[in-house]
Design a protein around this ligand. Sequence first.
Ligand SMILES: CCCCCCCCCCCC(=O)SCCNC(=O)CCNC(=O)[C@H](O)C(C)(C)COP(=O)(O)OP(=O)(O)OC[C@H]1O[C@@H](n2cnc3c(N)ncnc32)[C@H](O)[C@@H]1OP(=O)(O)O
Length: 163
Amino acid sequence: MEELKVEKAIQDIYPDDIAWCYGCGRLNDDGHHLRTGWHGDKTITIYTPESKYMGIPGFIYGGLIASLIDCHGTGSAALALHRKNGHEIGDGAEPPRFVTANLNVDFLKPTPQHVPLKAIGTVEEIHPKKWKVETEVYAQDTLCARGTVVLVVMPSTFLNKND
Ligand SMILES: CCCCCCCCCCCC(=O)SCCNC(=O)CCNC(=O)[C@H](O)C(C)(C)COP(=O)(O)OP(=O)(O)OC[C@H]1O[C@@H](n2cnc3c(N)ncnc32)[C@H](O)[C@@H]1OP(=O)(O)O
């Protein structure tokens, strides 16, 4: 697979109040800082896990792979609804906010450490408040995991819960 880089990521323009996700919040110093952008009509997140995210020596812990699929789903749905609303990253508009309603992962092959993982997503609108993202996770050219995420537009009850 060719070398890829995510130039413009939806997480780069998440408003500060929701940029704290452990997986994808740019303001969470301890987090993974996952970044998701367009890759043709697919979406892509590229991430090389640190050594500590080990399951069996040499292989990635499955929960980390689930996190990658989860946040890749959130970002992909936000990208897709943002575009449907007539916006692109960088035009100044705030992107839509999603939370995960359902996450399913098939671990197909052991996922090796120390190589970039590429999550490639296909986004489907169920209705304007509910989207589905099918994601394939590759380590180099090997398909290691496949996941489905159902995303729902974030209810207002998620805000102002920091006390
Ligand atoms: C700027 C960008 C920032 C983006 C945000 C940046 C932060 C990154 C977040 C990373 C991802 C996370 O970890 S998010 C955190 C983990 N997730 C959560 O905590 C979510 C907790 N769950 C909830 O709050 C709730 O269950 C919701 C919001 C998911 C659904 O509530 P609800 O009351 O059912 O909502 P409702 O409007 O009735 O439902 C909308 C539609 O979704 C369907 N639906 C509801 N639950 C499910 C489900 N589990 N599986 C399938 N479908 C479901 C309903 O049937 C309905 O479809 P229909 O019947 O109309 O067809």
